[in-house]
Ligand binder design. Structure first.
Ligand SMILES: [Zn+2]
Ligand SMILES: [Zn+2]
Length: 252
């Protein structure tokens, strides 16, 4: 399974406009982040935020057949309008959008969905998308938010860019995960906002899960420099822990 991180920022990109802090002044390209989204096997896009059009330029967007939405927030859905235009120009079949009932009800207006086919998924429903199996489970963020589970052959990838916690009953879904990618909106628990966990909190969750590799995405202004975070998670979690950056590719 090939996983490409198209974007890794929280709701607002890094650097922040007009900010001169250490993070926003960094010359390291790994500190320049656009809104979070990943592409699996070049054909399954997870989330379509406002940077989608720009992020799809270097790849062949006509290969994308499936677009999974984790939830309805603007930083995960504002690029849907552009997807419609990309496929309209190529004349190929437009991709199918997958999301929960709440997600679709919240983005119905004023966002124009460009005639993309919609498939409503229920919590814990499982679907086959070409070579991969897509399932999900509910997490605590905004109503209707899912963790995306992708399996191919013996490999399992779980992607949860936005969540505050995982309901006790759903922790079982984290078992036997090869790559777990979770919310890293801030570094320390003291900086956590209402809907997001921190890297500090996520480290414990990830260690308890036993996942082989663990990445933190949806990085915010209170997360920090890539180099410092990379050292922090490797020291606290182990060699399998890392901080993804825009355009990073991981193969399972
Ligand atoms: Zn978000
Ligand atoms: Zn959100």
């Amino acid at each position: 399974m090939k996983i490409k991180f198209l974007g890794t920022s929280a709701g607002w990109p890094l650097p922040r406009l007009g900010c001169k802090c250490e993070l926003c002044s960094s010359s390291n390209s790994k500190d320049k982040r656009l809104r979070s989204s990943v592409l699996v096997n070049d054909s399954v896009l997870i989330d379509a935020g406002p940077d989608t059009y720009q992020k799809l330029r270097p790849i062949d967007p006509t290969l994308i057949k499936h677009v999974i939405l984790t939830h309805y927030h603007a930083d995960h859905t504002l690029g849907i309008w552009d997807l419609g235009h990309i496929y309209g120009e190529t004349g190929k079949t437009k991709p199918t959008l997958y999301g929960t009932e709440t997600t679709f009800s919240k983005i119905s207006s004023p966002l124009d969905r460009q005639d993309l086919v919609e498939k409503t998924v229920k919590f814990e429903e499982s679907l086959t998308l070409d070579t991969v199996e897509f399932s999900n489970f509910e997490v605590t963020h905004t109503k209707g938010t899912i963790a995306v589970v992708i399996k191919e052959a013996s490999k399992k990838f779980i992607y949860i860019p936005d969540f505050k916690s995982i309901p006790e009953n759903n922790l079982k879904y984290l078992a036997n995960t090869d790559l777990l990618v979770i919310d890293g909106s801030s570094l320390y628990k003291k900086d956590e906002t209402g809907g997001h966990e921190s890297i500090e909190t996520g480290l414990k969750l990830a260690l308890d899960s036993g996942a082989k590799q663990v990445g933190f995405t949806h990085l915010g202004h209170k997360s920090g420099l890539h180099a410092k975070l990379e050292t922090y998670v490797k020291t606290s979690g182990g060699e399998g822990f890392f901080i993804p950056y825009d355009s990073l590719e991981v193969t399972l």
